[in-house]
Design a protein around this ligand. Structure first.
Ligand code: 5RP
Length: 241
């Protein structure tokens, strides 16, 4: 592994461990997906072995399997009406703590769990902080039969959608989400008005969910080198999208 990769992995773990410190016995906890969240799940597993008494809900099948393997008691039926705290990663966050998520393809369950969470802590390494969202193509989850129609509509909004391929499969094999849908990775260039883009995407038939998380993050724990910085949104409130 290169030095840069070592730094990033260490930052992910530092941010994850800092977030897990906020979990206390009696909580219902949401567990995010992705490599950064995996550090949090493992750290939480260590605390559960040490006596922490919680129940958790996962945002993906991978996270669920990992959480069970480290001994975290899981709710596997429906997402509870209220979760005390969710810890999740992000692909990008801006100064208003607006996020792009879905790089791992789990944005739908991540947004459902975030919507039920009183507190959503985003854990991030230094690469995730941006001034303007959009360098990371926006993941959009679509119903398979609608993907070409949705792609056309997204091109009409100025985006460049690409059907995500399954890792390690033959070329042209689409990535399939936990709900059996496809993902379009959509480059829009700098997204200066994420709320407006979210409003434009939401009515398109065939779109199940998009990866703009607006008004969900309560805080970001950003690890830069050996330091973890806690970043709060500039102001509280506002609609979620
Ligand atoms: C998965 C996500 C992840 O949180 C996001 O992709 C960040 O992943 P990683 O921690 O591996 O960089 O949204 O759908």
């Amino acid at each position: 592994m290169s030095d840069e990769n070592d730094v990033v992995e260490r930052e992910k773990e530092l941010a994850a461990r800092a977030a897990v410190e906020y979990v206390t016995s009696g909580m219902r906890v949401g567990l995010g997906s992705g490599t950064t969240s995996a550090y949090a799940v493992k750290a939480l597993g260590e605390r559960v072995k040490g006596g922490l008494d919680i129940v958790a809900v996962a945002t993906s099948k991978d996270t669920q399997a990992l959480a069970i393997s480290v001994g975290i008691p899981m709710i596997t039926t429906t997402v509870p009406l209220a979760l005390d705290l969710t810890i999740d990663g992000a692909d990008e966050f801006d100064p208003e703590l607006r996020l792009i998520k879905g790089g791992g393809g789990d944005l739908l369950h991540e947004k459902i769990v975030a919507s039920a969470s009183r507190r959503e802590i985003i854990i991030a390494d230094h690469r995730k902080q941006v001034q303007v969202l959009g360098a990371f193509p926006l993941p959009v989850e679509v119903i398979p039969i609608a993907w070409t129609l949705v792609a056309k509509a997204i091109r009409g909004l100025g985006g460049n959608p690409v059907l995500r391929g399954a890792k390690g499969a033959a070329a042209g094999t689409p990535f399939i989400t936990d709900e059996g849908n496809f993902i379009l990775d959509c480059s829009f260039g700098p997204i200066r008005e994420p709320e407006a883009l979210a409003r434009d995407l939401e009515p398109i038939p065939g779109i199940v969910e998009h990866g703009l998380f607006l008004g969900y993050a309560s805080e970001v724990l950003l690890a830069v080198g050996d330091r973890v910085e806690r970043i709060l949104p500039p102001q509280k409130g506002g609609a979620r999208g």
